[in-house]
Design a protein around this ligand. Structure first.
Ligand code: NI
Length: 182
């Protein structure tokens, strides 16, 4: 099932998500992960965090280099950066929850991430480049942080103003709630 992706400035994107306990990994969580993956591939994107579909739990899906028929899906529970070093600029970073925008973002060059799989196996990733950027971006979502929080205030204000105008325009086009003719 394709899920609706919550977009800025929805306050649910600002919540700190809760850790998932082993006994919470049930059929419902499996289904959520499956739906999140389907939504990520549909958009398309390379990563999606549960808060983006309105679920305040520490769960992410990622697939960095997928193509039709060739997928390398990772479903990770409670991912956590345990070590980071260096700096890199993520060029034109974007987010499914921040429509019609991208910006260069300073990120750590290398991160070590620990997480659990759906089978509760501990996994660890020592990564650089796009993989490191994607982990930092998705884990930020779990803490209620968006990449636009990590750019200059000037650029952020520019985006926020433009986004507000866009929302106003959309409202005008669709009319106020309850205006559907019977
Ligand atoms: Ni995002």
């Amino acid at each position: 099932m394709i899920l609706e992706i919550i977009q800025f400035p929805d306050s649910r994107l600002r919540e700190k998500s809760v850790l998932i306990a082993e006994n919470e990994v049930d059929a419902e969580l499996h289904e959520l992960a499956e739906n999140m993956a389907a939504t990520m591939y549909e958009e398309p994107g390379i990563g999606l965090a549960a808060p983006q579909v309105g679920v305040s739990k520490r769960l992410i899906v990622m697939d960095l280099d997928w193509a039709e028929g060739e997928r390398n899906l990772r479903v990770l529970i409670n991912p956590e950066v345990v070590e980071s070093e260096g700096k890199q600029i993520s060029e034109e970073e974007a987010c499914l929850s921040v429509p019609d925008f991208s910006a260069d973002v300073e990120r750590a060059e290398r991160v070590i991430v620990k997480a659990r799989t759906l089978d509760w196996e501990p996994v660890e990733f020592d990564c650089t480049g796009l993989e490191a950027i994607c982990f930092q971006h998705e884990i930020d979502h779990l803490d209620g942080v968006l990449y636009i929080d990590r750019i200059s205030r000037l650029k952020r204000d520019f985006y926020v103003r433009r986004r507000k105008k866009q929302i106003r325009r959309e409202r005008e086009e669709t009319g106020p709630p309850g205006s559907i003719p019977l």
